[in-house]
Design a protein around this ligand. Structure first.
Ligand SMILES: C[S@@+](CC[C@H](N)C(=O)[O-])C[C@H]1O[C@@H](n2cnc3c(N)ncnc32)[C@H](O)[C@@H]1O
Length: 481
């Protein structure tokens, strides 16, 4: 099989690129090679690129991406890059659009420029969670629009590295673009592999580092931190039984007076060693770091995309290369009234409650929606419902739903297969263009989000009395009953 050619922008020390290529081992698990090869990689930092060059047989160019002569680039199949996004300016035009004023925000346009000119089959962009809410939530939809304007069908998802075998709760927005609509229909984000069995931090702690005096904070720093800790939630001591909080490029300057994750060992506080940081980011043990100072290593490590998480993303892309063509299915018509004698009496269902039943032993959910969201559900093939942590704990079956019926009043909006179930925060939902009705719910509110694909028809009789109401208005959660 021909390997697809990849161009990597902002490659750093190569976390994203290693995941893309595969062919490494982490915590005893093999991560096999993917059918991809990197034909060009760019970063303008002379230190992280040294690390990069030591670890790959191809070499990267130390260059500013704004200076790339696009017409001299080789042909590529995939463009990847975690574009820096410290700020985005929005022009006060009608309609408003992304501005070009700030240098760093502008770097995203370099990806768009290359896409427009080279038209690779795919692209993958990575960014911090904050991108979803940047500029009060206005920037992200515009970014997606720019990618679409370059000729791509675009999907995005907030992934948590800890759900993919990485001992870190690092959340990153992954944007995948496909030039061909057939690829877009076939593409699915990778299903979590460790949502319920996360790798704890203890797995990557180096016992020798507990004896390294250099890593411990001075008594003065500890006394200063303890004075203000209650007020300021500082001194973020990590629980060894859970994945670590997110580490950042700030690692070299970790202090007790910030929110950086630290360890408590025998009542003394210490920072992580560079070996531990590389493991927390899921770099394999044989990745070479020694070509630069420890401070430069830490900066590159903190900036990286965890190779193991990226490996899963690359795998999900490689899977569509082998995907068989699926028959195209049109949406189920909204005008369709269910024959009374065959099925449930739809008016028996309360609109603000979720019901569950089993269909051929698969969980089938029945939910409703308001008029204003019907188009959104159909266009995005997503269905959401606000949910609390308690409700999720009480109803794990929600994560195992395989089919959904969505109603509006006594009309069927659609009968769908569920491709993926996720829990997202409000800003992510806004990022999907969801028409939020009230501002009552905070940005921290959670929603269960189902990714759907339409089924041609519902050909089973499902008696109404098999549906049990599980969550919704007026229902008491089992743990409160
Ligand atoms: C978040 S890091 C990328 C990390 C990388 N994807 C990885 O997984 O290791 C962003 C990178 O963009 C690079 N960068 C910032 N501005 C740049 C520019 N104008 N041209 C080239 N690289 C740039 C930085 O040096 C940094 O390494």
């Amino acid at each position: 099989m021909r390997k697809l050619k990849v161009l990597s922008l902002f490659c750093g020390c190569g976390g994203m690129d290693l995941g893309m290529l595969g062919g490494f081992e982490y915590l005893g698990h093999p991560y096999p090679e993917h059918p991809f090869e990197i034909v060009k990689a760019y970063d303008n930092d002379p230190y992280c690129t040294k690390i990069y060059d030591e670890n790959f047989s191809h070499k990267c160019d130390v260059a500013d991406v704004r200076e790339i002569e696009i017409s001299n680039l080789p042909d590529i199949d995939i463009l990847i890059g975690g574009f820096p996004c410290q700020s985005f300016s929005i022009s006060a035009q009608n309609p408003p659009r992304l501005g070009y004023k700030d240098e760093r925000g502008m770097l995203f346009f370099e990806m768009v420029k290359i896409l427009k000119e080279k038209q690779p089959r795919f692209f993958i962009a990575e960014n911090v969670k904050g991108l979803l809410s940047a500029n009060k939530g206005q920037a992200f939809p515009m970014i997606i629009k720019e990618f679409e304007g370059a000729g791509y069908h675009v999907k995005f998802k907030l992934l948590n590295a800890s759900e993919y075998g990485v001992p870190q709760k690092r959340e990153r927005v992954i944007i995948v673009g496909c030039r061909e609509s057939k690829d877009f229909e076939n593409y699915r984000f990778p299903a979590p592999t460790t949502r319920f069995n996360k790798v704890p931090l203890s797995k990557v702690i180096n016992p020798e580092d507990n004896l390294n005096e250099r890593l411990f904070f001075s008594e003065r720093a500890v006394a200063g931190m303890l004075l203000v800790r209650d007020k300021m939630n500082k001194g973020r001591v990590q629980n060894l039984d859970e994945p670590c909080n997110t580490i950042s490029s700030h690692l070299a300057k970790v202090s007790l007076n910030s929110t950086d994750p630290v360890l408590l060992f025998e009542n003394r506080y210490r920072r992580f060693s560079s070996t531990e940081c590389a493991r927390i980011q899921s770099f394999p043990e044989d990745f070479k770091w020694g070509s630069v100072s420890e401070a430069k290593q830490l900066k590159a490590i903190g900036n990286a995309v965890p190779p193991v998480m990226m490996w899963h993303i690359a795998k999900s892309l490689s899977e569509i290369l082998n995907a068989k063509e699926k028959p195209h299915v049109d949406h189920v018509s909204t005008d369709f009234d269910w024959p009374q004698e065959r099925m449930v009496q739809l008016t028996l269902f309360e609109p603000e409650i979720l019901y569950i039943t089993s269909l051929n032993r698969e969980k089938l959910l029945l939910g409703s929606c308001r008029q204003g969201t019907i188009e959104w559900i159909k266009n995005n093939q997503l269905y959401n419902y606000p949910i609390t942590d308690q409700e999720l704990q009480d109803h794990p079956e929600l994560l195992d739903v395989k089919k959904i019926i969505i109603l509006h009043k006594n009309k069927m909006v659609g009968f769908y297969n569920v491709l993926d179930v996720d829990v997202v925060l409000k800003p992510e939902l806004i990022g999907y263009g969801y028409p939020i009705k009230s501002s009552k719910r905070s940005m921290e509110s959670k929603y269960i989000l189902f990714t759907l694909s339409p089924e041609p028809q519902l050909d089973k009789d499902i008696p109404w009395y098999t549906f049990s109401p599980i969550i919704g208005k007026g229902l008491i959660s089992p743990s409160n009953a």
